[in-house]
Design a protein around this ligand. Structure first.
Ligand code: HEC
Ligand code: HEC
Ligand SMILES: [Ca+2]
Ligand SMILES: [Ca+2]
Ligand SMILES: [Ca+2]
Length: 478
């Protein structure tokens, strides 16, 4: 057997790759390597704004919370949508009729409770215990009538760890961390933290041995209208399900029924691309996370045995009116993308070449174009740099949740956009990345890449400390 790991030479040289950075062609010197060749990629001009005209220069704590180029009338809709996103919903009947209907079971009382400053959630740290900005999806084997995960008969498709007075919360979520160590090719070592999530205090009987769990942190929510406005065909062109070009990267679309029309649409949102549109995502979140009904998700989120939940008063039918919903969706579509920081810093420019040469761009697609049709129309015809293909990739057993979600298997995740993620520490006071928040910063996120992402990880591990720092600086500048 060939010992692949003990010889630093095996991964020492990055496979010969042509990198077209900022319009000029650069050749990365290559050596022999067992990793597949990286497909050539055109990297964006550092001066090209990531969100097209939906780019904001705000680089501070509110960097994720700015509106795109809206008219005065649109700004008023945005402002009301912002208010709805930040509203603390109350138990029905409440003193303000239009803002009651919380629960009966829920996770948080507002959207911004998890998406703080429109940003990123995280798992509880060190001494904390409560899950304030993430949730755990659950299901049992099989599919529901829509081809989605089959809800648990007592707990549904998500653990709601909170409830209004007089109604039992479903369960509590806990996490413990184990240390995983490894070594870079240059001999320096690193430590990763592997989480184990468990459920305790079941209020409605045992979860059963076949319960599947998928812990997920809240995503940042800017730039989503742009991602929604990219033509499905342009995304599908990036898919290579059988890896016909032999670069080790496949990429598959998720197909999810639109909750309004019932038609199968390309999944774009959520960690497994399990939602096809912003209205589907927003109404799903209102219902599942806060317990608010809409015309898309009528009724109350109370599973069979949850009788106190079913008996509790509602806040009207629906609890979020269509007029309010339209404003919330407009808001979710029109948050602008932060401009790049220090895009021409020499370290960042060096990192750009390494990003391309490491094959990161094979999934984190640098450039997409929005279509001719969009709502509002200012989202149309924009060249954007989200660094995602919106496709599903097998990321290996370490990241697997082993819980299928429509077409996504238990090992597949949607490539998350990288634009603006370097600002998460500033906006959200933490550096946790990946679907369950296990990675402390960009380097750890890369070190968790397995499956289709393994070759990229090995190329990263083969870099020198200076090169690794440049690559990380590049990602943080996006
Ligand atoms: C309990 C925490 C929580 C609350 C409350 C919450 N969300 Fe989320 N949000 C999440 C999580 C977790 C995800 C990822 C879901 C998934 O992968 O299935 C998400 C994803 C999203 C996305 C998709 C982002 C992307 O990049 O794909 C949008 C949009 C969104 N939420 C909007 C809302 C709105 C609007 C509300 C209020 C009605 C809300 N959320 C309330 C946790 C929350
Ligand atoms: C095979 C496709 C693929 C390749 C190649 C790839 N990634 Fe990823 N990347 C993903 C997916 C999918 C995730 C989400 C995984 C998860 O959350 O469990 C991800 C997550 C990330 C994250 C965390 C993002 C967040 O919002 O939490 C960073 C940072 C990242 N990748 C950077 C890189 C870099 C740098 C490279 C090259 C060294 C790279 N990726 C190569 C698919 C890929
Ligand atoms: Ca309700
Ligand atoms: Ca539930
Ligand atoms: Ca391929």
């Amino acid at each position: 057997m060939i010992n692949r790991i003990s010889s630093p030479l095996v991964y020492a040289a990055i496979a010969s790759a042509i990198v077209i950075a900022g319009g000029c062609v650069a050749q990365i010197a290559g050596g022999s390597s067992r990793l597949p060749a990286v497909a050539p990629v055109v990297m964006p001009d550092p001066a090209s704004p990531p969100g097209g005209r939906y780019t904001t220069e705000l680089g501070n704590r509110n960097a994720f919370a700015d509106a795109g180029p809206l008219s005065a009338a649109e700004r008023r809709v945005f402002a009301f949508g912002n208010r709805l996103f930040n509203t603390n919903w109350t138990t029905a009947p409440g003193s303000v009729k239009s803002f009651d209907g919380l629960g009966p079971v829920f996770n948080r009382v507002s959207c911004s409770g998890c998406h703080t400053r429109d940003g990123r959630g995280r798992p509880p740290l060190a001494s904390e215990t409560s899950f304030d900005s993430m949730l755990v999806r659950v299901s049992v084997p099989g599919k529901d009538a829509n081809g989605g995960p089959k809800p648990h008969p007592a707990y549904g498709d998500q653990i709601n760890d909170n409830a209004i007075l007089g109604v039992p919360a479903e369960a509590k979520v806990n996490v413990t961390w184990a240390s995983v160590t490894g070594t870079y090719a240059d001999g320096s070592s690193y430590e990763l933290l592997k989480p184990t999530f468990t459920l305790t205090d079941p209020a409605f009987g045992p979860f059963g041995d076949d319960l599947m769990m998928s812990p997920r942190v809240a995503n940042q929510v800017y730039g989503l209208g742009l991602l929604e406005a990219v033509y499905a065909n342009d995304i599908l062109k990036l898919a290579d399900p059988g890896d016909a070009d032999g670069d080790g990267i496949s990429g598959r679309p998720n197909w999810v029924p639109d909750p309004v029309t019932g038609k199968l649409e390309l999944g774009r949102f959520g960690w497994k691309a399990n939602q096809p549109s912003i209205i589907a995502q927003d109404t799903g979140a209102a219902f599942g996370d806060i317990g608010l009904s809409t015309s898309v998700h009528p009724g109350q989120n109370c599973m069979g045995p949850q009788t106190a939940c079913a008996a509790a008063p509602d806040g009207g039918e629906p609890e979020i009116s269509d007029k309010f919903l339209q404003k919330l969706v407009f808001y979710s579509r029109t948050l602008a993308v932060p401009a790049r920081r220090t895009p021409t810093d020499p370290t960042v420019l060096a990192g750009e070449k390494l990003f391309a040469a490491s094959g990161c761009a094979s999934c984190h697609t640098p450039t997409l174009v929005t279509g001719h049709m969009a709502d509002p129309i200012s989202l149309a015809n924009q060249t954007i740099h989200p660094f995602t293909d919106l496709l599903l990739h097998d990321m290996g057993p370490e990241l697997a949740d082993n819980r299928p979600d429509f077409e996504a298997t238990g090992t597949e995740w949607r490539t998350p956009p990288l634009w603006g993620i370097g600002l998460i520490p500033q906006v959200n006071d933490h550096d946790r990345l990946l679907h369950d928040g296990r990675a402390r910063g960009v380097a750890e996120a890369i070190l968790w890449h397995g499956g289709e992402g393994e070759a990229s990880r090995e190329r990263f591990k083969a870099l020198s400390a200076t090169e690794r720092a440049s690559l990380v600086a590049y990602v943080n500048s996006l």
